[in-house]
Design a protein around this ligand. Structure first.
Ligand SMILES: Nc1ncnc2c1ncn2[C@@H]1O[C@H](COP(=O)(O)OP(=O)(O)OP(=O)(O)O)[C@@H](O)[C@H]1O
Ligand SMILES: [Mg+2]
Length: 158
């Protein structure tokens, strides 16, 4: 794994797997570039991290990268937000309130991850064991010494 996440040939849709420490602005710019790279791929993007780590902030940037200009809100209460973005359909899920595997089935998880929309998933741990091959797993963490920064890790699931 390289030590920074930057546009690069190969890797995940032109974004190299790795880790970077990013300001809020840099995270937004990275997410917008990622959104452009994800256009038309139908890829699943799993967003891990503690409360307030920046999962929604990053999901919103990815959705903007796909060309959505309307305000992007957190899907916490609706579980799934869907956008017919200029660069392709995108879904934003927040599984925080899911507690049983049957809830995942009621949501239509298998169909959502197999669909051709780019699918962004907050709290993917609620779907542990059901992550699709090829998904991007992004993990955000707040470094203890810098409240304005976040460490972002990208792993492409085998
Ligand atoms: N470098 C950074 N990148 C992203 N967010 C940052 C950064 N620095 C500070 N923040 C702040 O951290 C907060 C992240 O909130 P956000 O809702 O995106 O987190 P979340 O991981 O989705 O939380 P939740 O688990 O509650 O859904 C925002 O208030 C944002 O302004
Ligand atoms: Mg959130």
């Amino acid at each position: 794994m390289s030590d920074r996440i930057a546009p690069a040939p190969g890797g995940a849709g032109g974004l190299a797997a790795g880790r970077a420490r990013l300001t809020r602005e840099a995270l937004a710019a990275w997410g917008e570039a990622a959104g452009r790279a994800l256009a038309g791929t139908g890829r699943v993007v799993l967003l891990s991290g503690d409360l307030g780590a920046g999962k929604t902030t990053l999901a919103q940037a990815i959705v903007r990268g796909l060309g959505v200009v309307e305000p992007v809100t957190s899907p916490t209460f609706t579980l799934v937000h869907e956008y017919d973005a200029p660069l392709g359909r995108v879904r934003h899920l927040d599984l925080y309130r899911l507690h049983r595997p049957t809830d995942l089935d009621a949501l239509g998880w298998d169909e959502l991850v197999a669909g051709d929309a780019v699918t962004l998933v907050e709290w993917p741990e609620r779907a542990a064991g059901r992550w699709p091959a090829g998904a991007w797993h992004l993990t955000l963490a707040a470094p203890p010494d810098d409240p304005g920064a976040r460490d972002l890790d990208l792993e492409v699931l085998p």
